[in-house]
Design a protein around this ligand. Structure first.
Ligand code: ADP
Ligand code: MG
Length: 624
């Protein structure tokens, strides 16, 4: 760029020099013209020239000789004036150009020095560049040499590899040849395979057909046998159901407590059969009585063991069955312990609800179940809602207005339980309400029936099926008979109510077992409330609680007789009759009010009814 600038300035300087030369030339020309004109004028015109004074023009009036010369003189003078002016202008111009030239020369010299400086720098830079180029060149040569050495060694390795590969190739060639042979062989075989396969298939088909024919013949035979067996099994099952009935009777003997143990009357009068868990012996005053039931739980039986025996009943309500589990027995025999449990040892109530929860969860998502709970107390033949806001309010049992023929209790609280924690809350509420309605809970609870009613309603969204089952867990009032002298006023009324309801329960079970056309459900609130859970396909379990103490001997015998008789009635009419006869002779029940009749039905009723409201019973005379 600097060089360009310098050459531009030089160009301008040269132009100006040229212009200056032109101007000088013009000046010289004009001087020459003037000289010419002067020489022309000199001979004709005497001009006074001042020797030492340079060009001084004096205007003088000169007498012209003739008019022509005068005109020429005037013209020359005018020309001279113009030329003088021009000369002045040119001089001025010349001065300006000279100054410009000087300036141009000065800047030219400046630029030249700058150029010299730059050239010096350029030379220095070039020197450096050359040095660097030199070192780079050396580096390049060194690298090339190294790469060359490396490449040589690699090349050597590659050559060696190549030699190895060549060797391998030589050995592979025979293998390839054998493989090719094998391949060709296989190819031939594959080509032949479809024919072989077809042949084999045809043969196999024939064999299979033959085997199928044989199997189907065997199947037919098996099917025939299976159907026959199924019919037989059904018959046996029906027979079993007929024999066992839907009523089971279990007995649970409670352990002797520590306090009882230290007292004098701790002598144990109950014993068990190690080979038969359905038999119980009662020994008193040298006599031994044998009781045959469905299952007997000894004192050491745990809550878990007891529940295991009843859990199939509990779960059957998921399938839509109505189930009743009663705890029957005198006060202090362990009814509440069995049903409700104590502290960390829950009874059937809690275990049943927990089991229902887990079973219902397992059936998800096909089935959607809703579990609702209500708690009712029956005291003196009145119903009380234990989960409601007002537990002292009396409830009534009515026919459902929907025409289904089902009973319902208007105003009865039903709580939907969704998790095991809800169960605890429901039980707490029930307990609290039961306790607030009376002064002495223990006394009161032994004089009233406590019912926990669990309803399990299921819906199968895939099939649209619906089921509804009800599980009634009943802690019955104490079955002990009130002593004649003690039964007065409210106590007598309580005793009468209890007797009435327990007798009614016996009557209903009896009528159901004997398939009476009329079942007296309406004879007590208890049976009326449980009507739909006792009839039809319903299942009933009577858990008879027994105290092992000698002091409770007579009540224990009474309870066990009730149990045994409930069970005996389930047998066919002939055997029932026979057992009744046997039983009568062995333990001779004396129900004054019951007519002795040859009719089995009447006998059943008699046997099932130790609580039949008679003068004997209500006034405390022993029934055994
Ligand atoms: P009920 O309800 O028939 O009046 P309880 O259930 O209240 O009788 O039992 C009376 C006492 O005996 C309670 O203290 C109870 O804890 C105890 N008991 C009853 N059965 C058993 C048992 N199987 N194991 C331990 N204790 C029991
Ligand atoms: Mg109790």
């Amino acid at each position: 760029a600097l060089r360009g600038e310098v050459s531009r300035w030089e160009g301008q300087a040269r132009q100006r020099e040229r212009r200056l030369a032109e101007v000088e030339r013009e000046l010289l020309q004009s001087h020459a013209q003037r000289a010419e004109l002067q020489t022309e004028c000199k001979p004709r015109l005497p001009v006074t020239v001042l020797p030492s004074r340079p060009s001084q023009y004096v205007t003088q009036t000169v007498e012209v000789e003739n008019a022509q010369t005068g005109r020429a003189l005037a013209e020359a003078r005018a020309q001279s004036g113009a030329l003088t002016e021009q000369l002045l202008v040119q001089r001025q111009l010349l001065r300006e150009l000279e100054t410009q030239l000087h300036e141009s020369q000065r800047s030219c010299t400046q630029l030249r020095t700058q150029i010299l400086v730059y050239e010096g720098e350029m030379e220095r830079a070039q020197g450096q560049l050359e040095v660097e180029m030199q070192s780079l060149e050396e580096e390049k040569n060194r690298v090339i040499e190294e790469a060359f050495v490396r490449a040589e060694s690699e090349m050597k390795a590659v050559h060696e590899n190549l030699a190895g590969v060549r060797m391998n190739l030589l050995t592979l060639q025979p293998a390839l040849r054998t493989l090719t042979c094998d391949y060709n062989l296989l190819k031939r075989q594959v080509q032949e395979f479809p024919y072989m396969l077809d042949k084999a298939i045809v043969e196999a088909k024939q064999e299979i057909c033959q085997v199928i024919n044989e199997v189907s013949a065997a199947n037919q035979e098996l099917l025939r046998k299976y159907k026959r067996e199924m019919n037989l099994r059904k018959k046996c099952h029906n027979e079993l159901v007929r024999l066992k009935g839907n009523i089971r009777v279990f007995c649970r003997v409670r352990p002797v407590s520590h306090e009882e143990h230290v007292s004098t009357e701790s002598r144990n009068m109950v014993s068990f059969d190690s080979d038969d868990d359905a038999v119980l012996y009662l020994s008193n005053k040298g006599k031994t009585m044998t009781f045959d039931l469905d299952k007997v739980f000894p004192p050491q039986a745990t809550q878990e063991e007891v529940f295991q025996e009843v859990q199939s009943l509990v779960t059957s309500c998921i399938d839509g069955f109505n189930v009743c589990i009663f705890a029957y027995g005198q006060t202090g025999s362990g009814k509440t312990y069995t049903m409700e449990g104590a502290g960390q040892n829950p009874g059937i109530n809690q275990r049943a609800l927990r089991l229902l929860f887990s079973e219902v969860m397992e059936k998800k998502p096909d089935w959607d179940y809703r579990i609702t709970v209500s708690m009712v107390e029956i005291y003196n033949e009145t119903l009380r809602n234990l989960l409601g806001d007002n537990p002292s309010e009396k409830l009534d049992i009515k026919m459902n207005p929907d025409g289904s023929g089902q009973l319902y209790v208007p105003g009865l609280t039903q709580i939907t339980v969704q998790c095991p924690e809800d169960i605890n809350r429901v039980f707490e509420l029930g307990h609290m309400n039961r306790a607030t309605a009376c002064t002495n809970l223990n006394e009161h609870s032994s004089r009233s029936h406590a019912l926990l009613v669990i309803t399990v309603a299921g819906f199968n969204s895939a099939t649209g099926n619906r089921t509804q089952g009800k599980l009634n867990l009943v802690d019955l009032a104490g079955s002990e008979r009130i002593a004649k002298s003690g039964a007065e006023g409210s106590r007598l009324r309580e005793a009468q109510c209890i007797n009435k309801s327990l007798s009614a329960l016996g009557d209903v079970i009896n009528a159901l077992r004997c398939r009476h056309s009329h079942v007296p459900f309406r004879n007590s609130r208890l049976t009326y409330l449980l009507q739909d859970s006792l009839s039809g396909d319903s299942k009933t379990l009577m858990m008879v609680q027994v105290s092992p103490l000698v002091s409770n001997m007579s009540e224990s015998v009474c309870s066990l007789k009730f149990a045994q008789r409930v069970r005996s009635v389930e047998l066919g009419s002939a055997s029932a009759f026979k057992r009744v006869e046997n039983s009568s002779t062995s333990s001779s029940p004396t129900h004054d009010s019951v007519e002795v009749s040859s009719s089995v039905v009447l006998r059943c009723k008699e046997i099932l009814n130790p609580h039949t409201l008679t003068a004997t019973h209500t006034h405390g005379a022993p029934c055994v």
